[in-house]
Design a protein. Sequence first.
Length: 277
Amino acid sequence: MSCRVGVAQICSTSNIKHNLDLCFDFIGKALEKDVRVLFFPEATDYIAQSSAESKKLAKSTNAEFIIPLQEHLKKLKKEIDVSIGVHLPEINDPNDRVRNCLLYINHAGTIMSTYQKLHLFDVPGSNLYESKTVVPGMKAPIPIKTPIGMLGPSICYDIRFPEQGLYLRSKGSDIITYPSAFTVKTGEAHWEILGRCRAIETQCYVLMPGQYGKHNGKRESYGHSMIIDPWGTVIAEAVKNEDELLVAEIDHYKLAEIRKNMPLLEQARHDIFDSVS
Ligand SMILES: O=C(O)CNC(=O)[C@H](CS)NC(=O)CCC(=O)C(=O)O
């Protein structure tokens, strides 16, 4: 059984059809490399110019992006699953906000899990204020069983909250994914360090598919997609600002050895700190 993962670095625009075609290309490329699960960034369906445009586009993602992607996987009849960031409309919201979600779609085109982003990226005093457009999730993430191991879902800004990673590890995750659209400024300062910290403290593989480049006249993302092993080593990395597919093996033997040689979960002082949170 293949335990190979792919991490897609892309640059989504507000053209949903174009973004979908890009996903189909990446799925084809990943199949050539024997990838079992392919990970796409946050907001793969679209990156909008404005809050108003995002609210409008979210109404059509189901029909124009998600269902066609499910159909594509079903028709392919190949052993490849997809983890992908999308927007979904929030039904009956007076402010017409959207949900920022991560879907896990299996090779038969079935949505096996939907995680809704918990921490919203609100930069005080700036035009990056996610909660103007997005409704925060209200449920703890649930790791799911996949052909490559137990997968814990998170999205982008969630990477800054170590408790989410530790929670996912405590619930059995082997792999945590942080699909992202990081800003260039914060990415340069923090992206790699945050990813390596989450990998080291959770002793999980950390998969970081990132949006890169200019999405429109106003938005640009950092890229630098990465795959990090549970020792904290970056084992694959996008070095250029372009479309790229990273590939790596999930080594369950390595995972078990690292956890056996440094049993952090057993040594943690739950007796002291669980009462704090
Ligand atoms: O807007 C969309 O459609 C997709 N969502 C995003 O790009 C989100 C909200 S603006 N970006 C982040 O969370 C960046 C976090 C970040 O850069 C950091 O933590 O430093």
